[in-house]
Design a protein around this ligand. Structure first.
Ligand SMILES: Nc1ncnc2c1ncn2[C@@H]1O[C@H](COP(=O)(O)OP(=O)(O)OP(=O)(O)O)[C@@H](O)[C@H]1O
Ligand SMILES: [Mg+2]
Length: 266
């Protein structure tokens, strides 16, 4: 039967990223912010994290990035526990997993030219020096639809949508396998939003990029992510195939989330 075969095929590939029974409590807070979360990110199966404000979505991304340490459970990268002191693993990790933060204004250094900002991962990972970085930066900027002279300009000379493109160029310049994106389109107007979604879809298709994305916009989730995990107060209430989770929710919380999407009258 096909479903069984599909499941087996999925199980034979090692997950790129994995959370295994992860919990996180902040010092002084009564309830854990994340509890008993198990998630698997496999190549080619982009994952959306959805849930109300405060559900713990950004915290999960921070755990996946090693920016927050779990109080219980394990975060794995390519099947191995993430060890921040293992320099060799960290290098592979930063090469393979990049991120775009929610706010394209605060995440770009205003004093540096866009060319230097986009080149930063190439330099810090030792992939390229000043001279050899230039063509890679130009290619990354072109890929996200920015003009060739963008490299010489400063972040404040660009619009919000363009800055989000700069952030995506920086995160993809070293050809990562996984891109973690926290609300990558929420600060943008509808037209720009569509363009960024198209860009992410193109990166998935042409570069084989796997996305792990937080979004309140369920239509964006449905168009970009094969899988969805629904978070409520730090716990995953349901996860699975996006079409199934959003089309036929098994959990009342997911149903409320889906039903709360505003619809145009008529
Ligand atoms: N540094 C911190 N110290 C204490 N509590 C924190 C800290 N960071 C986040 N929290 C708490 O953890 C919970 C989850 O926060 P998180 O930012 O992950 O939510 P979110 O799902 O990303 O929400 P939003 O959709 O508003 O971005 C919240 O209750 C928040 O107050
Ligand atoms: Mg958040």
């Amino acid at each position: 039967m096909t479903p069984v075969l599909e499941t087996r095929a999925l199980e034979t590939t090692t997950p790129v990223l994995e959370l295994d029974d992860v919990a996180l409590s902040y010092r002084g807070s009564a309830a854990p912010v994340v509890r008993d979360v198990s998630l698997t990110v496999r190549a080619g199966h982009s994952l959306a994290l959805v849930g109300e404000s405060g559900a713990g979505k950004t915290t999960l991304l921070r755990l996946l990035l090693g920016l927050a340490r779990p109080t219980a459970g394990t975060v794995r990268f390519d099947g191995e526990p993430l060890a921040l002191r293992d320099r060799e693993q960290m290098r592979r990790f930063r090469r393979g997993v990049q991120c775009v933060f929610q706010d394209p204004y605060s995440s770009l250094d205003p004093r540096r030219r866009v060319g230097a900002i986009v080149a930063e991962p190439l330099r810090s990972l030792g992939i390229a020096d000043r001279r050899t970085a230039a063509p890679k930066v130009a290619e990354a900027l072109e890929r996200v639809g920015l003009p060739a002279d963008a490299a010489r300009r400063y972040p404040h000379e660009f619009s919000g949508g363009q800055r989000q493109r700069i952030a995506i160029a920086r995160a993809t310049v070293c050809e990562p396998r996984v891109l973690l994106a926290d609300e990558p389109v929420s600060a943008l107007d509808v037209t720009t939003r569509v363009k960024i979604v198209d860009l992410l879809a193109e990166l998935k298709q042409e570069r084989g990029l796997t996305l792990v994305m937080v979004s309140h916009d369920l239509s964006v989730v449905a168009s970009l992510c094969e899988r969805t995990a629904v978070l409520e107060r730090g716990g995953v209430v349901e996860q699975g195939d996006t079409a199934r989770v959003l089309g036929d929710p098994a959990h009342p919380y997911t149903r409320r989330l889906v039903d709360s999407v505003p619809r145009l009258p008529g």
